[in-house]
Ligand binder design. Sequence first.
Ligand SMILES: NC(=O)c1ccc[n+]([C@@H]2O[C@H](COP(=O)([O-])OP(=O)(O)OC[C@H]3O[C@@H](n4cnc5c(N)ncnc54)[C@H](O)[C@@H]3O)[C@@H](O)[C@H]2O)c1
Ligand SMILES: CC(C)[C@H](C(=O)O)[C@@H](O)C(=O)O
Ligand SMILES: [Mg+2]
Length: 361
Amino acid sequence: MTNKVLFLPGDGIGPDIIAQTERVLRRADESFSLGLEFDEAKVGGAAIDATGVPLPDDTMAKAREADGILLGAVGGPKWDALDMAVRPEKGLLGLRSGLGLFGNLRPAFLYPQLAEASSLKPEVVSGLDILIVRELTGGIYFGEPRGIQTREDGEREGFNTYRYSESEIRRIGRVAFESARQRNKKVCSIDKANVLEVTVLWREVMEELAKDYPDVELSHMYVDNAAMQLVRAPKQFDVIVTGNMFGDILSDEAAMLTGSIGMLPSAALNESKQGMYEPCHGSAPDIAGQDLANPLATILSGAMMLRYSLGYEQAADAIEKAVSDVLDQGLRTPDIHFEGTRKVGTNEMGEAVLAALDKRL
Ligand SMILES: NC(=O)c1ccc[n+]([C@@H]2O[C@H](COP(=O)([O-])OP(=O)(O)OC[C@H]3O[C@@H](n4cnc5c(N)ncnc54)[C@H](O)[C@@H]3O)[C@@H](O)[C@H]2O)c1
Ligand SMILES: CC(C)[C@H](C(=O)O)[C@@H](O)C(=O)O
Ligand SMILES: [Mg+2]
C-alpha cells in the first residue's frame, strides 16, 4: 500500500511552515519506513497567479487521490479584494466541500512549557485540553441563497443563509460523541437557539443523538456565553461541538489560551477518514517570508495526519514528543517567546524538531 501525501503550501507563511513540516515528515518516513509518497500542488492565491483560478482541476485531482493532504494557508491582501467568485477562500472551501471534509477537529491543548505565553493566568489554563469539533461543509458558509444585490429602491444588500439539515447535524454530532468517549465523556453543544431556528433544530438533534451515548454527558450553551466561558474558565470544557462559523471564531479564541494561534493544529475528515490537515491560522501576510512564523501548528497537523488518516500512531507520537522536547529546550518563535526563553526563527525551530526527533528514535 502506498500512502500518498499531498502538500498544498498556499500563500503567505504557508510555504515557510510547510517546508519545515515536509522535512519532519520526510525524516519520520525514513526512520519508521512508512513508505510515504510526496507530491505538491498549488491552491489559493498562488494558484490564481499561476493558472487564473484558486483551485485548479489538477490540484483537485491530486487531492482526491491523496491519502492525506497537508495545507499551509491561503489568502492575502493581493487576492482578498477580488470578487467572491475568485477569492482564494473559494479554493479552500472548494477543497473542503469537494472532498466532503465535514468533520473538523481543532484540539486546543496547552503545552505546560507555554503556560506563561497564554493570554490567561497560568492557574486558569494549566492542564487545558479541549477538543473543538467544528462542522466544516455546511451552515452559513455554504447556505443558499447568498450574494450582494441592489434592491428596487436602489439600496444594496448582502445576504447569506444559515442552513443545516438534520443529517448534517447528526453526522457531526456523532464525531463529537465518539471523540468524547475517547476523552472525558463530556460534550458541550454550542448554538444560538434563543434566536436562530437552525440552531433550535441543532439542539434537538443533539438531544436525540445523546440517547445513543448514555455514557457521555451532553450540555448546551449559547455561543455568546461560550465565548465568555472560554476565557473565564476554559477547563470546564472537554469536547465542544458547533457549526461552521461559531467553530471558526471559537477556535481562534481557544488558540490564544494555548499561547499562540501558531500552536493550534487541525484535521478535517470525511466519512472514509480521508483528511486534510492544516494549522488553524491564516497566511499571516505581515510576517510571510521573514523566518518569523511558528511552524509548530503545521508540524503538529502533520502528526495528526499520520495518526488519523495513515494510521502511524508511533510516528505521530514521536513527532509530538519532539515538539515538546524543543519547548523543553526553551526554544521559542516570537509569537510564544517570553523572558528566560530563546527566540528562534521558523527554520531553526524546524531544525530543532528534526534533531529532537532523531534523538527520540
Ligand atoms: N486556513 C487558511 O488558509 C486560513 C485561515 C485563516 C485566515 N486565512 C487567510 O489568511 C489571511 C490573513 O488573515 P488574518 O490576518 O485574519 O489571520 P492570520 O491567522 O493569518 O493572522 C492573524 C495574526 O496571527 C499571526 N499569526 C498567524 N499565524 C502565525 C504563526 N504561525 N506564527 C506566528 N504568528 C502567526 C499573524 O502574524 C497575525 O498577526 C486572509 O487572507 C485570510 O482569509 C486563511
Ligand atoms: C480562510 C477561511 C475560509 C477559514 C474558515 O473560515 O474556515 C479559516 O478562517 C479557518 O479557520 O480555517
Ligand atoms: Mg479561522
